[in-house]
Ligand binder design. Structure first.
Ligand code: FMN
Length: 503
């Protein structure tokens, strides 16, 4: 199966061949498209939804959603063979990470994105369908799964991140760059010199670029170059007419302009918006710098990709990659005997074979610094350490270890003033009075559910079968295999309940 694509429409064609595309006509961008995205996304194996003849917009101005939400499409976007599992998958990802190196984009002269170009006074963003995605959103969002390209004015590296864009008027959109994200830091490097920040916002692009946008490479490393390696070919780009920034040649719609310094154009109210935390934040919105759009490029019959956050909807299909990357970061930092990482999100579980007193806590301190930037930008809100007999992806085992191996007074550690998302629900109303642009901090929690190292050999033995007795019984008593009593994991006889499903 093809896993490298020139553009979004080629990717959709492949998904169509797999029977994974649902065509929808006549949907209303006000709440209906968002609702269909959410209901589809909350179900098992969501289809890719392709909306046309959107209410109020001409035929051909399309929106697609849930693009990499199935296993097959997630793998396609990351150039991972669809049939790889278990050890083979781990070996594939490890080899790829070992070999990973920058492959710079390739400049081309002609490109599909040049089908239509509007500059200056001709810019009119109202031609593009802009859904109001959630019921309490402050307005329509034309960008909700964009690849946003900026260049740092000091060291010159080109960054990509995905940041949402509220539609303000004919030639202005918002751009929500959370504090600490490289997009915000680069913007403020321009602002601190009194300059506007050049920006390119791609609103529909070949899905590996979404993976790149969300990959959180370390500072100074260009995701645009790294994704060239992952997809196995440089990303073709053209030079922007207004900013000189690279524009992906196969994109569907691109806005080019400047994030305006607040002294040059006043900030506007952005949001509220349904956030990735699963909550709305800042009802009534918050003040944020605006983007002035000086040029618009779009293909004939453009397809905008929209992937708003919704409780219970997975948008990025990249969790396998993130867990493997965190394992990799731990090994690179010199931590040995890590057996697995479960659920590489705000709730993270790490399984470790303890070799000395303090070993497990050092691993936790490293993860809590948030330096494991690849695929997991922020520190976990809750980190659980378990011994190596616990599968970090099996919710039943993890909660059993927590409930049986900890003494809360000793085993729970609070890390204060941690870097968090600016839209996290938990800060108090008083804390949230700080201007959003300055950001917030909050505490994180470590639950050390490993057996205390000093007396781990005296810890009561687990009353499960020894692996040898288990295997002997399985070999002798055929009915155990026939009636399904034997799970995939013969070592413990466990069937794996995925931690993500339990959250
Ligand atoms: C579909 C999608 C939408 C996102 N929207 C935003 C957003 O509006 N603001 C934001 O700061 N991060 C958003 N993110 C997360 C960032 O794009 C991601 O953390 C990225 O790695 C940040 O990159 P940077 O550190 O290079 O800026 C989104 C991610 C996805 C997958």
């Amino acid at each position: 199966m093809q896993t490298r694509f020139d553009d979004l429409r080629q990717f959709i064609a492949q998904a169509e061949e797999l029977g994974e595309v649902e065509h929808i006509t006549g949907a209303d961008p006000y709440l209906e498209i968002g609702a269909l995205f959410a209901i589809n996304g909350q179900g098992p194996n969501p289809k890719l939804l392709l909306f046309d003849e959107i209410k109020g917009y001409p035929k051909g101005f399309r929106i697609c959603t849930n693009v990499i939400a199935s296993k097959a499409r997630g793998r396609m976007a990351q150039n991972i063979p669809v049939d790889l599992e278990g050890k083979e998958l781990e070996a594939f990802l490890t080899k790829r990470m070992d070999e990973k190196r920058p492959v710079p984009p390739e400049y081309v002269e002609t490109a599909p994105i040049l089908d239509n170009v509007l500059e200056g006074d001709r810019v009119d963003l109202s031609i593009f369908p802009a859904p109001t995605w959630h019921e309490l959103d402050g307005g329509p969002y034309v960008g909700c799964c964009s690849a946003v390209i900026t260049r740092d004015p000091y060291n010159g590296f080109v960054n990509i991140g995905s940041y949402r864009s509220q539609l303000f008027d004919r030639n202005h959109v918002g751009l929500h760059t959370a504090h600490g994200h490289h997009g915000q830091i680069i913007r403020d490097h321009w602002f601190e010199q009194g300059l506007d920040c050049p920006v390119v916002i791609s609103l529909g692009q070949e899905p590996s670029l979404l993976v790149a946008s969300n990959s959180g490479e370390p500072w100074g490393v260009s995701e645009l170059e790294m994704i060239g390696f992952i997809r196995g070919a440089p990303v073709p780009v053209i030079k922007g007419r207004v900013t000189d920034l690279p524009i992906p040649a196969g994109s569907e719609v691109v806005l080019e302009g400047f994030i305006m310094h607040p002294d040059h154009e006043p900030m506007r109210v952005e949001g509220a918006f349904g956030e990735a935390s699963g909550y709305y934040s800042h009802i009534g919105g918050h003040a944020a710098p605006v983007v002035r759009v000086d040029a618009v490029y779009y293909r004939n019959d453009p397809i905008i990709n929209g992937e708003p956050p919704y409780k219970g909807v997975s948008r990025d299909g990249s969790s396998i990659r993130s867990s493997a990357e965190i394992m990799r970061e731990l090994k690179r930092a010199g931590f040995h005997d890590i057996r697995g990482v479960g659920n590489a999100g705000p709730f993270m579980v790490v399984s470790i074979h303890q070799m000395y007193a303090g070993h497990a806590k050092r691993v936790a301190d490293f993860l809590m610094s948030g330096v494991n930037a690849a695929g997991q930008n922020r520190p976990p809100r809750m980190l659980v350490l378990v011994d190596d007999d616990i599968d970090p992806n099996d919710a039943r085992e993890v909660f059993w270890a927590i409930s049986s191996r900890i003494d809360p007074a000793e085993s729970v550690h609070i890390y204060r003033n941690m870097w968090i998302g600016p839209t996290a629900p938990r800060p108090t109303p008083q804390q949230k009075e700080v201007p959003l642009e300055h950001g917030l901090t909050l505490s994180s929690m470590l639950i050390d559910a490993t057996r205390p190292f000093a007396w781990k050999d005296e810890f009561p033995p687990v009353n499960d079968l020894s692996p040898s007795l288990r295997q002997k019984m399985i070999d002798k008593w055929e009915f155990l295999t026939r009636n399904g009593s034997v799970g995939r994991d013969v070592r413990r006889g466990a069937t794996t309940a995925n931690l993500r499903d339990a959250m």
